[in-house]
Design a binder for this molecule. Structure first.
Ligand code: NCD
Ligand code: ZN
Length: 355
């Protein structure tokens, strides 16, 4: 068994780094987790719906950590017109993220009707921008739609958009089901898919007892987890890492009695940035896919997005030793007035970063 691995510059093609004090706390953790290129989500308050807002957010991230290449996205919204798309593309913004309305964190101004945005998708296709899809539909008791099958019900939208815009690059974000893997595999090469680290480990059984495992989309059944693992094992370049690392203050993850006497809801999101690449290595090894690590975290996504690895940006990992605390993840991270708990707290990682 090898004791050291060197992989080309890792990239995380879906990460939330927030704003304000939380941003100051979590942004430096992206590089600590082994990531050199980060594709940043726009679901801030207010959402990033203009090129200027995205560029000033980018400048803020560069101020906090200039060592990471920050790739930026816009939030799809009625303010985002074909003209805005052209301006964004000219400014070097890579993609536009679609949040179905009301379905996840900060998605109140998200999308209800995909066809209403066809002129925007057309401008994106013409300007070579990437469409990033949060692939779930809203729960609907009449139609028996819940968080358990919300992704499967979304796949008809994915297929329709891909058929109607054959040259548009589309990423189905954070796939959690065997059906999603199958759908992406069957579509042409311009349709790809991110997979998170936590969905390679969790199943729905891990979620009800543990708010820190609650995220959107929720983890599904063991057969679905196996399909995600098999997609990576296959080496198919359509599948690459997008951590969906989504930090929330500890207080928002734990239901609290509020001032008006009601109980607050648990925020959706799993936080993996600080341990990301060692965690992915540990998980891939657990299901016999360590030889696919470089493809999954460094090569496939870069190729799809056309973002080559920089020189001298390799990441070296070594196996953790047998010391009592070696590889142990010890939560929490504390900043000024904020505290977040990382995934894998209390468990040991099999790999650690050398450089
Ligand atoms: C994300 C967040 O907190 O911003 N939450 C999550 O559960 N994944 C939003 C998202 O990507 O859906
Ligand atoms: Zn996300």
């Amino acid at each position: 068994m090898s004791e050291e691995i060197v992989i080309p510059s890792p990239a995380d093609f879906h990460v939330h780094v927030r704003q304000g004090k939380m941003c100051e706390l979590v942004t430096p953790q992206v590089a600590k987790g082994g990531v050199r290129t980060a594709y940043v989500m726009p679901n801030l308050v207010p959402p990033l719906t203009s090129t200027d807002a995205v560029l000033s957010y980018k400048a803020e991230l560069e101020r906090i950590d200039p060592s990471v290449q920050w790739l930026m996205t816009l939030y799809l919204h009625t303010d985002v017109t074909p003209d805005v798309v052209r301006k964004a593309a000219d400014a070097g913004i890579y993609g536009i993220k679609v949040y179905p309305q009301g379905l996840t964190t900060n998605s109140d101004s998200g999308v209800k009707d995909y066809e209403a945005y066809y002129p925007v998708f057309q401008a994106m296709e013409e300007n070579n921008m990437v469409l990033n899809l949060h692939g779930e539909v809203s729960s609907d008791a009449e139609k028996n739609i819940s968080v358990l099958n919300a992704e499967v019900h979304f796949l008809s939208h994915l297929k329709k958009i891909a058929t109607d815009f054959p040259k548009l690059r589309i990423v189905l974000e954070h796939a959690t089901t065997a059906a999603a893997i199958e759908a992406v595999s069957s579509l042409p090469a311009n349709v790809a898919c991110t997979i998170t680290a936590h969905h390679l480990y969790l199943t729905i059984d891990d979620v009800p007892s543990q708010p820190h495992h609650f995220c959107k989309p929720v983890a599904k059944e063991p057969k679905d987890r196996k399909a995600l693992q098999d997609a990576i094992k296959s080496g198919n370049p359509k599948f690459f890492l997008g951590s969906d690392s989504a930090p929330h203050p500890l207080s928002s993850k734990i239901p609290n009695l509020t001032d008006d006497g009601s109980v607050s809801a648990c925020a959706a999101g799993v936080y993996t940035s600080p341990i990301l690449i060692p965690l992915v290595a540990t998980l891939l090894e657990s299901f016999g896919a360590l030889d696919k690590l470089a493809g999954f975290v460094s090569e496939n996504g870069r190729k799809f997005y056309g973002v080559p690895a920089g020189e001298n940006q390799e990441l070296k990992l070594k196996r953790t030793g047998n010391g009592k605390e070696d590889g142990l993840v010890k939560g929490t991270f504390k900043g000024e007035g904020v505290e977040v708990l990382p995934f894998w707290t209390g468990k040991k990682l099999g790999w650690e970063i050398v450089n």
